[in-house]
Design a protein around this ligand. Sequence first.
Ligand code: PLP
Length: 332
Amino acid sequence: MHLARFARIRLAHLPTPLEPLPRLSEELGLDLWIKRDDCTGLAGGGNKTRKLEFLLGAAFEQDADTLVTQGAVQSNHVRQTAAAAAAHGLACEIILEERTGSKATDYVGNGNVLLDRLFGATLRTVPGGTDMVAELEKTAAEVRARGGKPYVIPGGGSNPVGALGYVDCAREIVVQADEMDLEVHRIVTATGSAGTHAGLVAGLAVMGADIPVLGIGVRAPKDRQEANVFKLAEETAALLGQPGRVTREMVVADCDYVGEGYGLIDQGVIDALTLAARLDGIVLDPVYSGKAMKGLIALARAGQFKGETLVFLHTGGAQGLFGYQTEIEGAL
Ligand SMILES: Cc1ncc(COP(=O)(O)O)c(C=O)c1O
């Protein structure tokens, strides 16, 4: 594994800290650590910074002048892509899917959406259920028709190039843990468009680190999520020149904590947000890291992680909290 072989634009503040969560550990009866990828920088940080380093590298290799991507209305990926485009003098064309159906003022105008606009991205909104791959192609064709050079980034930045960012994160976690003599039994992360989970699995597999990763699903059912992650992890390992290193058993997702659906929050998520905030001063997000923490808390309380040292990957997203003021405030 030699990541310097890939084009990369440095955007992130790395390495992000690997820190203990003393009060949550005590509350849950395990040794819980947090990998602070909410502190990657770029528009407030989050997991997309690492992916965008490699995606922008590829975009510049192709002489692109416009980034084209898509996401849900309160997408963190869109916010960070818009910031990366602004910082590198690229235009940014965004398609937002009304995936949750929410028309609340804060959901459609505050949080990530406010920041997308601040970064000068061009936003277009389409109804939930729209074929977003076709929309990306349509927008790219429009950019080409007016003489521009689009670089299309899939939703969540999840393709083998983007997943290299989490190959690098896997390497970083192992190096940090080794420096601290910390034996890590498991890494827990939110898993959505699959790039974060797949990159971690591929990176750990290629290193031979033998640390299991548990993805807590935020959208798809378990079968589909694991299949998506496995496919992308295999492709990522192949891109690294190590095909066949990822096995199906390495990919584990628990999708029992999605609740009513993607981007819809419930009392379990609010309890996870408040517990992390009030015990260790950590701000999670309502759609991804909060849902992952909801799952981690439930599994820990059911005795799933007895005696383990666990690393929770904080993938960021706190900016999305401001799109959910009504739901959260009403439940505090
Ligand atoms: C804050 C946050 N956490 C986690 C995820 C999930 O990561 P992935 O899409 O790579 O599975 C996302 C994806 O948008 C995110 O914005």
